[in-house]
Structures are given as C-alpha cells and as structure tokens.
Design a protein around this ligand. Structure first.
Ligand SMILES: [Zn+2]
Length: 446
C-alpha cells in the first residue's frame, strides 16, 4: 500500500506543483473531457515538473533497494513515520497535501466512478408539465461559451476593444450574472437542468413543447461514458459533434455557426431551438486562435493573456456571423429569431507561470464566476445594459420564459434577464476560495 501511495504522489506532484491541491474539477475533467483536452492538459505541465516526478520514482526505487540495510522496525523510524503521516494528514506542507491529498483523491475518484456508472444506467424521463406555449420567435439559438470571463469583454468595461460586434448591436446585456460551478460539468449541471434534475432538462422542455431541437458541439464525446451534460445534449432530436466530422480538419467553432445556417436553410413548420456548445476561450488560449495576429504581441509575461483577449474577439466574430445568418434568413423567409450567449464559467490567473496563464485553479476569486450573458432578438430596437445579481441555476426558468412556455414546474419565474438581485439559493458564493480580487490584466498599454 505504501508503495502505491508514494507512486501516486510522484505522479500527482507535477499537477500539484502547478495547480495546487486536488479538487473535484480535476477528477471530473478526467471523465468528462476527451482525448484532445487530456492531451492539452498534459502539455500544460512544464518539463521540469515531469523530471521532478520521474526522479522521485527513481529515488523511491533506490530507497527500497537500500532499506534492506536500514532497520525499518526500529522505534526511531516508526516514530518518524508516524509524525510524518500525522503532519501531512492534518496540514499541507509547501502548499501540496500528501496523505490528505491521497485520501481525498481516492474519495473523489470513487465518487466520479460512481457517477460514470450512474449515468451509464440513467434513462431520462422528462417530467415537464406544460400549461401553455406561445413562442414569440420562430428560431431560438443558445450559444454556450467556454471559459470566458465577463471582465475580459470590452462591452463589460475591458480596456481592449475586442467586441466590435456586441458593442453596437441592439440587445440585452446582463452585468451581474454568475455561474454556480467551478468548471464545465458542475456549471452546466444547473444551467441545463432545473435544480440539477436530469428529468427537468431544458432540451426536453423544448421537445415536449413541440420545438425541433438541435445540439451542435465542438466538445468531444467521451467514448461510451456519459457525463450529465452529454446526456442532456443527446436528448436533442438532431445531434452534430464536430469531432466526428472527418471532412473538417481544424475544429473551429465557426463551423458550428455554418452548420446552424444549414439547419436554418431547411424549411420547417415547427419552431426551432439550436444549441451551440463552443470551445471558445478554453485554456491554452493561443491554440484557439484562427488568426496569427496574436504573434505580433511583444510582452512575454502577458503573452497568453493577449491570446485570451483575442479568443473573445473571435467569439464576437462568431456571434456576428450567427446574427448575420439569422438576419439574412429572416429577410428571406420572414422568420423571426432570438439568440442568447453565455459562458459556462470563467478562469483564474496563474501568476506562478511565466507567461501568466488563465486556468481552473482550486483557489478562485469572485471574478472566476462572473460570466457574460446577453440576448439579441430580431425585434430589438435598443441596447439595454441590465445590472443585476443573477445566478446560472435560474437559467432553466428563464429559458422557459424566453421560449414562451408556461409550466407548473416553477412556482414563479425569476428571470436572469431582469434587473434586481436573485437569491443565491445554492450558496454559490461558497465556491469563492480566495477573498482577494483577481482582476483582469490590462494589456492595452503594451
Ligand atoms: Zn468550461
């Protein structure tokens, strides 16, 4: 057992040195992410940490070899080991827990394994009780962004002009929306399902109300394993995963927008909801960029931030394209539309790295949870900036309201697009582990 424990520590060491103590998100990321993401995760580990890890293994083997010469059963050695175990079980020396981490990982891995088993056997049985359906528009599009922090958007006050489309289009922009999860899976759990109940997911709400539903994704499918989010995605009547499309080599989000255009060009008697799950500003931001403009940036320390800022410009561009496709379709067919964009969660600055990076870390500040939320409809005539304090677990009821569906599943609708404060009913504020601010880095002076 002890050798297993030491080997675990050796393997975990590079991750621990970089990201800190193990947490739920790392474990769920293993099940919930996919080949390419796991590969990228490995690439973010600097070589020196990997060497550190490998040399620890070599040293342990050497230690085992020489222990024949040391009396492990001596009182002195046993006392030293006991003190070590007690010390590491209760505290986190040099910022990385040892016994504590081992124990916690076993529990988290078991929990995630139970989840994978659970979702393999989960059959969703929609439980929406629909009373009335009065859609205001013909086509509805939900664009789910990835890892985009609100404070890095020009329209929310960021210093670099990276949202030229959103800056001038008519619509409703919410300033005060927060996610209730640290990373993709827990964040979308409550944004896609009422109270996290899979039988009350928003795709089935649209299905049951007679809408045609489409799910277009630039995220992977994790072989035969489901996460709760892929379960919801698969409820859509039509599915398209970019990763499966062999005709497209480079997997840019823009292809999903064109795919939405193809769907819209086909006539339908029904109202439609198209979900577009993008890759947006996912960590390793420089790899997300189609254009090579970011290479002109000269400050080494904030080079990655420059890429991140540009991913938001790229998202702005994709939203412009989507808007233009919807508008061209409206002019041709008379079909009205409304589109919503939000990001699943934000990221935290990792100042330990040079250049500084943005990642999911275990000590997030408030800014990690502040996400953009906006709505652009074909009948909008002005720009509205709504100041509120709203939470992503209220998204399902706001979605129902947007689609014009009245259900008896909600006592009353608390809409994330309305001004005013919503109750933090899931105590999302407890996710904030660092009370200090972690503000966006201003790169406009570079
Ligand atoms: Zn995410």
């Amino acid at each position: 057992m002890d050798i297993l424990y030491f080997f675990f520590l050796c393997f975990y060491a590079p991750i621990g040195l970089l990201y800190g103590e193990i947490n739920e998100s790392f474990v769920f990321a293993i099940w919930g992410t996919y080949g390419s993401e796991a590969n990228e995760f490995a690439k973010t580990l600097p070589l020196k940490y990997l060497i550190f890890s490998l040399s620890s293994i070599v040293l342990i083997l050497y230690f085992y070899k020489i222990t024949e010469k040391i009396n492990l059963k001596s009182r002195k050695t046993i006392i030293m080991l006991m003190v070590f175990l007690l010390f590491t079980a209760l505290t986190k020396p040099i910022g990385i827990a040892t016994t504590h981490t081992f124990d916690k990982s076993i529990k988290l891995f078991k929990q995630s394994y139970d989840d994978v088993k659970l979702y393999a056997n989960t059959k969703i049985q929609p439980q929406w009780k629909i009373e009335r359906i009065q859609p205001k528009y013909k086509n509805f599009v939900v664009v789910i962004g990835e890892s985009a922090r609100r404070d890095y958007f020009e329209i929310y006050g960021y210093s670099v002009k990276n949202t030229p489309f959103l800056r001038q289009v008519h619509g409703t922009f919410v300033d005060g929306y927060s996610t209730v999860g640290l990373n993709t899976i827990p964040s979308l759990k409550f944004a896609l399902s009422h109270n996290g109940n899979l039988n009350l997911n928003i795709v089935d709400l649209a299905n049951q109300a007679g809408f045609e539903t489409f799910w277009l994704s630039n995220h992977g499918k994790f072989s035969s394993f489901n996460t709760r989010n892929t379960l919801v995605a698969k409820r859509a009547k039509s599915l398209y995963f970019l990763i499966d499309d062999k005709s497209i080599k480079e997997k840019w989000d823009t292809y999903l927008i064109h795919k939405a255009g193809e769907i819209l060009s086909q006539k339908s008697d029904k109202n439609r909801v198209i979900f577009i799950h993008t890759y947006g500003s996912h960590p390793k931001a420089c790899m997300r960029l189609k254009s090579k403009d970011h290479l002109n940036y000269t400050d080494k320390k904030t080079f990655e931030i420059n890429c991140y800022v540009k991913t938001i410009e790229q998202t702005d561009n994709d939203l412009r394209l989507l808007y233009e496709i919807l508008e061209a379709n409206r002019q041709k067919t008379g079909e009205s539309f409304s589109m919503i964009y939000f990001s699943d969660h934000g990221l935290t600055h990792n100042y330990k790295k040079n250049p500084i990076q943005l990642a999911v870390l275990s000590n997030p500040s408030k800014e990690h949870f502040g996400i953009p939320l906006l709505k652009i409809s074909s009948d909008d005539t002005e720009r509205k900036m709504i100041k509120n304090e709203s939470f992503s677990n209220y998204f399902p009821q706001s979605f129902a309201h947007w689609l014009g569906i009245k259900t008896s599943n909600f006592n009353e609708i608390s809409n994330v697009f309305d001004a005013g404060n919503q109750e933090d009913s899931l105590n999302a504020k407890a996710l904030i582990k660092n009370p200090n601010p972690d503000p966006a880095i201003d790169i406009s002076k570079q």
